[in-house]
Design a protein around this ligand. Structure first.
Ligand code: SAM
Length: 238
């Protein structure tokens, strides 16, 4: 099957790559900061509980969630379209002492090139809300997860801090363009349910979660509080 990557989503890929500063020294060089999002450790427990051998963090960005995901399986694939991000992510894994179990892959969430049913779990954080047609990426993630395996992902809600950022511009109901020209779509529960219905992937669990993040140097220069719908999809079969 040929997968068409939506135009705006394809155009964002080089912009993302440019957003990462690979010249910054270790410890101050990661755009998103060191603390993992709280749900990364919970996802690792979900993966480990189902006996995962290989899990994928897609997109891994510059690696903040990799140390928390590492206990989830013996092999941790870390994928992103940004090579710059993964240069920094590699340093993060070295610092965390987990470099030996991580394999970095340049992959597009719309077309990973991985075989059907080839991974036991996927952690997909802060990507789907940036996509104008997330259903295509969801189908791809579902294709590569083995029956019985899990996708753990999030969608920002309208209570997320980004909605009140002074530099974000509304372009339609719940759709915005941020100051880096990245598309951002915010979801309420009905929107998420409709999206998952459209791809025939009922969520095993959905929860609303709020957490604080430190400033992201050069991107969001203030401490901020996110709110997301966090959902888990378990692929049918075992
Ligand atoms: C907001 S960051 C989130 C990174 C990471 N999940 C985290 O929580 O720190 C979004 C990431 O998605 C990557 N990205 C954008 N479009 C992508 C695509 N089509 N496939 C894979 N990664 C993509 C960007 O390069 C960027 O690293």
């Amino acid at each position: 099957m040929t997968i068409r990557v939506p135009e705006r989503d394809a155009a964002a890929i080089p912009l993302w790559n440019d957003a990462y500063d690979t010249t910054a020294v270790q410890g101050t060089g990661n755009l998103w900061g060191d603390p993992p999002v709280p749900h990364a450790a919970i996802a690792a427990e979900v993966f480990a509980a189902s006996g995962a051998a290989v899990i994928l963090d897609l997109p891994c960005g510059d690696g903040r969630n990799l140390p928390a995901l590492a206990p989830g399986a013996p092999i941790l694939l870390a994928g992103d379209t940004s090579r710059n991000a993964m240069v920094i992510a590699e340093r993060v894994t070295e610092k965390a002492g987990i470099r030996d179990k991580v394999v970095f892959l340049e992959v597009d969430a719309f077309a990973t090139g991985l075989l059907d049913n080839s991974v036991d779990g996927v952690f997909c954080w802060d990507l789907l809300g940036h996509l104008t047609e997330p259903e295509h990426a969801l189908r791809e993630l579902h294709r590569i997860v083995r029956p019985g395996g899990h996708i753990v992902a999030n969608m920002w809600t309208m209570n997320d801090c980004q909605v009140s950022d002074p530099n974000i511009k509304e372009i339609a109901d719940k759709e915005y363009i941020d100051h880096f020209d990245f598309y951002c779509r915010f979801y309420d529960r009905e929107d998420l349910d409709a999206l998952l219905r459209s791809v025939h992937m009922p969520a095993g669990s959905v929860e609303v979660s709020r957490w604080w993040e430190p400033p992201h140097a050069g991107y969001r220069d203030y401490e901020h509080e996110h709110e997301s719908l966090i959902f888990t999809i378990q692929k049918n079969g075992s």
